[in-house]
Every structure is written in structure tokens, then in C-alpha cells.
Design a protein around this ligand. Sequence first.
Ligand code: 0GY
Length: 293
Amino acid sequence: MAMSEGYLPFHPNPKKPDYQPPAGAVDAHCHVFGPEAEFPYAPERKYTPCDAGKDQLFALRDHLGFSRNVIVQASCHGKNNDALVDALETAGELARGVAVVGKDITVDELKRLDAAGVRAVRFNFVKRLVDTTPWEDFVSIYEKIKPLGWHVVVYFEAPDMEGLKPLLAKFSDSIVVVDHMGRPDVSKGVDSAEFQAFVKLMADNPNIWTKVSCPERLTMTGPDYDDVVPFARALVEQFSDRVLWGTDWPHPNMSSHVPDDGVLVDVIPRIAPTEALQKKLLIDNPMRLYWEK
Ligand code: 0GY
């Protein structure tokens, strides 16, 4: 199956970052796509990506100077987590996973995912990526994963946050990780009501974490990412024990530019300016959440 029209494949030869991550650093948001011949894309998908398999992901990890990955099931694979599980089984202790499952998932299947290294489910609310799922389904999945000690990863865009608060409140016994800082409109500024509502959500709910990731998706100015840095830095400084960082490789659905992953790594010291903050962001927080369950 051909890639979606206009789909931009990932950067073929990212630069070696100038910033060297500390030994043991975790890329806590990345994906594997296919390869389609082995792991076909889901019939219900909204886009067909460029194949981006586990070997390419692990080569990128080494090239960028990272030690571990948290691999997140993406919508193009639907609820079939086979490519994710295969990558996790290859990586062993060097990767953990976030799966997407349906409300009819069995306990045995959840245990199989857990044994492979899955530690969370992802609930996706981005309308261009998935069809709507009834809230009761998310709640029943949540009840099933709780005994395993898993947490919840949510992906939504800023205008949808307010309406989702009652659902997020139902997950208050677990950690809830919000992808990509809740997708703020960075042109509005850090002090905007929109972003400050997200800061307040985190301040009011100590179980809510976020990924200070995806400058490439959020920027309006381009790959210096100057307009995104203040958002991520504000969150790292205020919530240093509840932030994660990831490349988002292989960057599905980019239209403005193809990010160079080495350039993305060089953003880290601008959002986490001290060694102590970098260690929390890249090692302590992801290790606590994904490896020390
Ligand atoms: C991301 C972002 C995107 C895609 C997905 O599940 C997905 O397909 O998460 C996006 O298009 O914004 O985190 O990879």
C-alpha cells in the first residue's frame, strides 16, 4: 500500500547531536511502523505511513546517544500491537511499550502485553487520527489495566482539554501522561489562557505528567523551535518530576518540514538547562514510570 499522498518520510541521515544525553537516557515517545509486509497497517487507519521498523529505531537510538526507548502504539496500527510487541521482545530491557486496546481485551491478552514490556494504554482523542470511542469504553479498559499497575497516556489537542477533564478525573488512581504538552497553539504564548489552563491542570492533579515533546509539530517559526522552547521549559521547571522527553520518530503526518532528530536532541538543554533537570527528564522520570513498576 502506497504512503498517504503528501506523507513525508523520516529524515534519512540525522546529524549527530551536539548535546550528549547522559548515559542511560530514555527516548520516551517513538513509534514503529510496520514493515507493512510483516505487520500490515490497520484497515481503519487514517493515514498510511512510511515503513519505519524496529532496526531503524534502534539504530537511531544509538546514533543519538540514547540507551532506551518507550515505544508508543500509533493509530496506523489500530489495536493490533504485534509490531510493538515484536520490537519490545527484540529490545528486552532496553524498551517498554504503550499499547492501544479495545474494551473487549482479555486479561490473558493484557498479561501477554505486560510480559512483553507494555506498561500503559494510550487513549487517543485527536479527531484526524481516530474515530470517536465512547467514554464508557475507556473507563472499562482503565478498570482492566489497573490490576497490572499500568498507567494511561492521552493524546488530545488544546481546545479539547476542558471537555475531557471529567474523563481524566476518572483515572485519578493512576498516572496520566499527556502527549506533547496537550498540543498548545504556541502562537498564543506561554501566558495565554489556553496554556495556563494546562499548567493549572498539572498543578491541580499531581498524577498528571506530560511529554515535553514535538517542537516540530507545534512550531510556527521552523526548526530553530524558538517559539516552542518557552512552553517546554516552563513545564520542566515547574514539574521536574513529572516530565518525559521523546523524539516522536518517525514523525508521522508532518507537513511543514522533516525534522532532523539530531536537531531535536539539541533542544533538550534549552528546555532543561541544568544537568539535574536533564537527569530527571531523561532518566529518573521515565525509569520510575516504565521500568520500576
Ligand atoms: C504522534 C503524533 C501523531 C500521530 C499519532 O497515533 C498516531 O498516529 O500519534 C500525529 O499525527 O500528531 O505522537 O506520533
